[in-house]
Design a protein around this ligand. Structure first.
Ligand SMILES: NC(=O)c1ccc[n+]([C@@H]2O[C@H](COP(=O)([O-])OP(=O)(O)OC[C@H]3O[C@@H](n4cnc5c(N)ncnc54)[C@H](OP(=O)(O)O)[C@@H]3O)[C@@H](O)[C@H]2O)c1
Length: 323
């Protein structure tokens, strides 16, 4: 429970009344939930959408539907689902829009399903619909040890690209290599611009950037003529200012992606991507890397790990008897 804005440590674990079910909603007995970087920003009151305290934190979950509103069709009690919301997921029970939940494919456990939603959907939409990544292309992923980054590494490889992972530690790069990255760059060990030039003398086709800060311009400079740079987030805490002449001189495109309004602006692509991604999940070709798991009582520690950039892949909160 967040009773006032601040760092993750302001959170308290409390027994509170179960949330009320409204029209169009379903109630879920949560098995597992997963941490996303925006959770940290929402608690701090620094996210683009403000949530006035008090509120229960958490934006993605998996579990079993225990109640559906009268006007809901297509979601049945007992259904194993995963879903996303702005807040409310780090709890034994959550109430969310029926339209925000999807059926979990057979054989996928709650931890995997909870950790899948935001990272893999973001990465897949970015690669498939925004960058339009093609087999055989050179893909550079910044923040490649993080939730979005590791998903982009895995899905980039699935889509047939050669993946260069950029991260800050050998442990993060090892995780990226295990998911399909074949070129590894530790940006703490070397100047990123030079390291990328060495790894990719002919340049990259696509850069995925969930980090921002000083890494962005160096990565943009690694693009070859006609390359695409997708800005996804600013985990470094700094929104970079890019000299526009670089775009002109290199003939590259800088593109943006925002999860919350993607379905509104690109409904056809959203449906296609979702169907393809669910098939990859069911086949086991798309799987989140879970770097750490915490019990609900230790939610603040889980958020701290993500806030400090220390997480490898996804951080999961075990809520119930996560299968
Ligand atoms: N546009 C969208 O729709 C969308 C969707 C999902 C997420 N996002 C955004 O994408 C970003 C990454 O999300 P994520 O879930 O992948 O986060 P994450 O798992 O925490 O990974 C973020 C990565 O950023 C790097 N980083 C550099 N400086 C950092 C700092 N001061 N604090 C934390 N991380 C730092 C770290 O990589 P290295 O240590 O390797 O440098 C870290 O692994 C966030 O800003 C998030 O809000 C956007």
């Amino acid at each position: 429970m967040c009773r006032h804005h601040g760092p993750p440590e302001v959170l308290s674990v409390e027994d509170v009344p179960a949330p009320e079910l409204g029209p169009g909603q379903v109630r879920v007995r949560v098995g597992a939930a997963a941490v996303n970087f925006p959770d940290v920003l929402i608690i701090a009151g620094e996210y683009q959408m403000k949530v006035p305290p008090p509120f229960v934190v958490g934006s993605e979950l998996a579990g079993v539907v225990t109640e559906v509103a009268d006007d809901v069709e297509g979601v049945a009690v007992g259904r194993h689902v995963f879903g996303t919301m702005l807040v409310g997921a780090f709890a034994e029970e959550a109430v969310l829009a029926a339209s925000s939940v999807s059926a979990v494919p057979d054989g996928v456990d709650d931890r995997t399903a909870a950790a899948f939603g935001v990272g893999h959907r973001t990465a897949y939409h970015v690669l498939r619909s925004i960058a339009r990544l093609q087999p055989g292309e050179e893909l550079v992923v910044l923040g490649a040890g993080g939730g979005v980054g590791l998903a982009a590494v895995q899905l980039g490889a699935v889509l047939g690209a050669t993946v260069t992972a950029v991260a800050s530690s050998p442990e993060k790069l090892e995780a990226a290599a295990s998911l399909g990255a074949t070129r590894l760059v530790d940006h703490r060990a070397a100047d990123l611009r030079h390291a990328l030039r060495e790894q990719l003398p002919d340049g990259a086709d696509v850069v995925v950037d969930p980090v921002g800060g000083t890494l962005s311009e160096a990565a943009l400079r690694s693009l070859r003529f006609g390359g695409r740079f997708v800005t996804v987030g600013y985990a470094a805490g700094e929104i970079p200012r890019i000299p526009l002449n670089l775009v002109l001189l290199k003939g590259v495109q800088i593109l943006g992606f925002q999860f919350i309004d993607f379905a509104t602006h690109m409904p056809h692509e959203q449906r296609r991507d979702e169907a393809e991604l669910m098939a990859l999940l069911a086949e086991g070709r798309a799987r989140p890397h879970i770097g750490a798991t915490f019990p609900l009582e230790h939610t603040a520690e889980a958020l701290r790990l993500v806030a400090d950039g220390g997480a490898i892949g996804k951080v999961v909160i075990d809520v119930g008897d996560a299968g």
